[in-house]
Design a protein around this ligand. Sequence first.
Ligand code: NAD
Length: 489
Amino acid sequence: MTASTPTKTIQIDNYIKGEYVKGKSGKTFETINPATGKVLGNVALGTADDINTAVAAAKEAFEKGPWPRMSMQERGQVVKRIGDLILERKDELARAETLDTGKPISESSNGDVPRAALNFHFFAQFATSYTEECFVPAASEMHVAVREPLGVCGLITPWNLPLYLATWKIAPCLVMGNTCVLKPAEWTPYTAYLFAEIAQQAGLPEGVFNVVNGFGADGAGEALTEHPDVRSISFTGETSTGKAIMANSAGTLKKLSFELGGKGANIIFDDANLDEAIDTSVRAAYRNQGQICLAGSRLFVHKDVFRKVVDRLVDKVKAIKVGNPLDPKTEMGALISEEHMQKVLSYIEIGKKEGKLLTGGDRLNHLGDGYFIAPTVFEGLSPESRLLKEEIFGPVLPVVPFDSEEEAVALANSTPYGLSSSLWSENVNRCHRVSQQIRAGMVWVNCWFARDLRTPFGGQKSSGIGREGGRYSLEFFSEAKTISYKYSK
Ligand code: NAD
């Protein structure tokens, strides 16, 4: 790696009641720079003890502090200031995110960090225009449905988009008047650590926002999901983890929002604008090293254009610049960990046995000890192959031909997941017809990753429970209460 690789090991503490603190056990764990395989930082190992302290701080801030008692407008100003401060520190945050995740700096700088700021700017503004309902069935009677904060909320986030996804939860949670404890993914604690300082500088009262680092099962994550004073869990991560959280939180009956795994189908019909479809399909499969829940990770192409599309796609995949994530020209960086890289390589081995490798297929050893895998394309796999059913979460794309619209829909729906899907066709009737038959929370027609933050975001089937975005987030992070009035004559 280049000279810009850090030389000093950073210390990452928990953040509780407005202060950075060590873990109560005194123990730490290492976070690794995926591009070098070297230690990036030592992280406070949070346990149930630390969760208890953080939840107590959040509970006190909710019950006695100013935050839930401020008006939406006043809270919105603080939330907006957080967004402003993220932008002021965007270069520092982008570099931290890239060092911790291995993603290209161009993505951290132009994607993750601006989006984190937008999450705060959006919810600060959107919440103040949120309207509550009032029902007047007779002149002498009125029913008002108000929304109240829940109390202490638990937020649990994954490693693939650490700051982006944490802030997607923190912003609506705070603006609705809640307090919270964030448990970031153990692989990527760096930006949550920096973010705590930003929240403090923006004027968030102590105890409103807390961070406890540590592991999930048997660790800080599990303790948060079982804590009796935590009213809700907003979780983004693997489907299997969602199931464990649901079981563990049942005893204390929490409100749950789950954004889980995905296995997006990307369908190219023979009447599509092929240039756009191919360019976007490459981004959809390999952005963030393929580690995106919304990735177009299965490509289905009509048989009449299959060869043309696949040949052109493979040429573009071969041209992807894989390398040092801190280099602004890099298009694909390193996978998150040795363990995850081995998992992705094991799928590649299956692909080599069952199908035909068109490009990639190896770890890139010339890039040193980092976890780099060449962007990989397979054809000739059976639709029943594990590469077409399971979430690989890496730069591996199986391509499969189809004959008819019905077959394309059946292929798209043939996994337990149902998060997102793309389809490409110039025929508006077909686009509408097929969109309605795909079992997914989001369908992109002639595009991928197009987002309006007001729209419902979430998955069907094993991809999630509930929706986030706009009013869906505000409703998740609040409780509805009906107040009924009768007027005496
Ligand atoms: P993961 O489920 O392994 O971990 C996510 C978080 O849960 C981490 O903070 C982890 O420590 C914690 N955790 C693990 N076990 C826990 C337990 N028993 N109790 C409480 N917390 C626990 O997921 P990951 O590997 O970090 O992230 C990748 C996954 O996230 C992929 O499946 C991806 O599709 C999914 N994802 C989904 C979305 C979406 O919006 N649907 C977005 C991004 C990522």
